[in-house]
Ligand binder design. Structure first.
Ligand SMILES: Cc1cc2nc3c(=O)[nH]c(=O)nc-3n(C[C@H](O)[C@H](O)[C@H](O)COP(=O)(O)OP(=O)(O)OC[C@H]3O[C@@H](n4cnc5c(N)ncnc54)[C@H](O)[C@@H]3O)c2cc1C
Length: 458
């Protein structure tokens, strides 16, 4: 790893993971004068962001959008000179339910009137409920015990009475978490919603988390941070063990070992589970790592000769209860009206992603069939089709995030960012604001860096 001339290299801080969180921690500590090394298992930086050429544009097969109140990531993008463009959302949206496709405008999809009214009421109720969850310690919410006992599916079954409203809230949950309502604690759901400023904000384009995307792709943020950090970053350096003694940590992997005074683990709990932490790993931490699986998502992009859906008055946004694809968005180039590339991005989510994982040929056919049903026959003839199955990524083990099933938040939530001796925890899962998003990854990295910087000073 970092063995030179038989000597073990010494650093102030070893950071494991060169996603947004680890890189943000590295920048903050470097700015504070610390000597850091960043060890990354993959042959690239950016982790759950991955931007690649699809057709003739660079598009995102990982995380993509930012929105209002994601101030940290917006400031970083400005600082690094990464521009954003608005997500296209002009025209009508589509909703497919029980074999019928309807178009609508605005936030609430076309549903029978009673279902529509209930959807509005329940959405408002969630906004109210989530305000009572303290972000730093959700287990302290007055109704934490009851909410953490139930899954989101339990809540939907008990509180939502019309099939239409229940189906729409199920899709919204699947899209926000890349997980099924049965696999999510209701307390965790409320925490996550509050951490992003409310559930509606998580689901929306205009004024919501899908409002803008990055020119050149979201991975550009990590690539530019990495360029500034230079040789401090070691790619292809998987970490398998972190041992601690009274003077520091020894970090090991197949490439060797190094020493540091402190370490920051900037990976999701499901991946830190694979690293041998020796006796420092408390039973609560071990239990949390086992109990917080990653969501499941396959992100699919189809490019086309022209944006035929726009020409039909559609925005490219669709949700479906019926198909393999749960939701779609327009992913065209800003100059699509002057010959730029037209594209749709589609999400296969939760149990469907698990089902279609490992079967790329049949999956492509199923996704294209869904796009064709939604947007018409031209969708059957993409110029390019690419997808990425995040459940098959060794160093992500699923996406978008590590999620909490019932019982985990109240029992084990405290172990999420509690340091273990000289080992501190970053990663978007540990954030209190915009947990699960780029913004949360950055603030979590900077929070862990501040913890370590204080100890280095001390
Ligand atoms: C399809 C998809 C869509 C998404 N959409 C959005 C979106 O629109 N907006 C948004 O804000 N967020 C979105 N997200 C979530 C967002 O990408 C993540 O919140 C964020 O990138 C997490 O950053 P991180 O640094 O915490 O973790 P990661 O990016 O996972 O970084 C962890 C790093 O650690 C490395 N690693 C793991 N184990 C080891 C080890 N043992 N040794 C060394 N290195 C290791 C990994 O390779 C990885 O590079 C999406 C994610 C996906 C996959």
């Amino acid at each position: 790893m970092a063995v030179s001339d038989g000597e073990v290299a010494h650093h102030d801080v070893a950071i494991i993971g060169a996603g947004l969180s680890g890189l943000a921690a590295a920048r903050a500590l470097t700015a504070a004068g610390a000597d850091v090394v960043v060890l990354e298992a993959r042959d690239r930086v950016g982790g759950r962001t991955f931007s690649t050429t699809v057709g003739h544009d660079v598009l995102d097969l990982g995380g993509q959008w930012i929105g209002p109140t994601q101030d940290r990531v917006a400031a970083l993008a400005r600082e690094l000179g990464v521009d954003t463009i608005p997500q296209f959302h002009g025209g009508k949206k589509l909703v497919e339910r029980g074999g019928r496709i309807a178009s609508y405008r605005g936030f609430l999809p076309k549903l029978p009137l009673v279902a529509l009214a209930e959807l509005g009421v329940r959405a408002a109720q969630i906004e109210l409920l989530c305000r009572s969850v303290p972000l730093a310690d959700p287990a302290k919410a007055r109704r934490a015990a009851a909410w953490d006992k139930m899954s989101v599916e339990d809540w939907l079954r008990d509180a939502v009475h019309t099939a239409g409203a229940r189906e729409m809230m199920t899709i919204a949950t699947q899209m926000v978490f890349a997980a099924e309502p049965k696999d999510l604690s209701f307390l965790y759901f409320l925490f996550y919603a509050r951490s992003g400023g409310g559930f509606m904000r998580l689901t929306e384009v205009d004024g919501g988390a899908q409002e803008r995307r990055f020119v050149g792709g979201a991975q550009e943020l990590s690539l530019r941070m990495a360029a500034l950090l230079g040789a401090r970053i070691r790619l292809d350096h998987a970490v398998t063990a972190i041992a601690q003694d009274e003077r520091g940590v020894t970090v090991r992997g197949p490439r060797g070992k190094l020493r540091a005074k402190h370490a920051i683990l900037a990976v999701p709990p499901a991946l830190s589970a694979r690293i041998d932490l020796g006796p420092a790993r408390t039973p609560a931490r071990a239990a949390l790592e086992r109990a917080m699986p990653m969501g499941s998502v396959i992100k699919c992009i189809a490019t086309y000769a022209r944006p035929f859906w726009r020409q039909a008055g559609l925005s490219g946004e669709a949700i479906s209860t019926d198909g393999v694809v749960r939701a779609t968005f327009d992913d065209s180039a800003p100059d699509v009206d002057r010959g730029g590339q037209a594209a749709l991005v589609a999400f296969v989510i939760g149990d469907a992603a698990k089902h279609w994982s490992g079967n790329p040929v049949a999956r492509r056919a199923a996704v294209i069939a869904d796009l064709t049903r939604l947007f018409g026959p031209e969708a059957a003839r993409p110029v390019t089709y690419v997808d990425r199955d995040w459940t098959q990524e060794e160093w992500s083990a699923g996406c978008y995030v590590g999620v909490m099933p019932p019982g985990v938040m109240t029992e084990l939530g405290h172990a999420l960012r509690e340091p273990l001796g000289r080992l501190h925890f970053a990663g978007t899962e540990t954030a209190t604001k915009w947990a699960g998003y780029f913004d949360g990854a950055l603030t979590a990295g900077e929070r862990a860096a501040a913890e370590v910087a204080a100890r280095l000073r001390g």
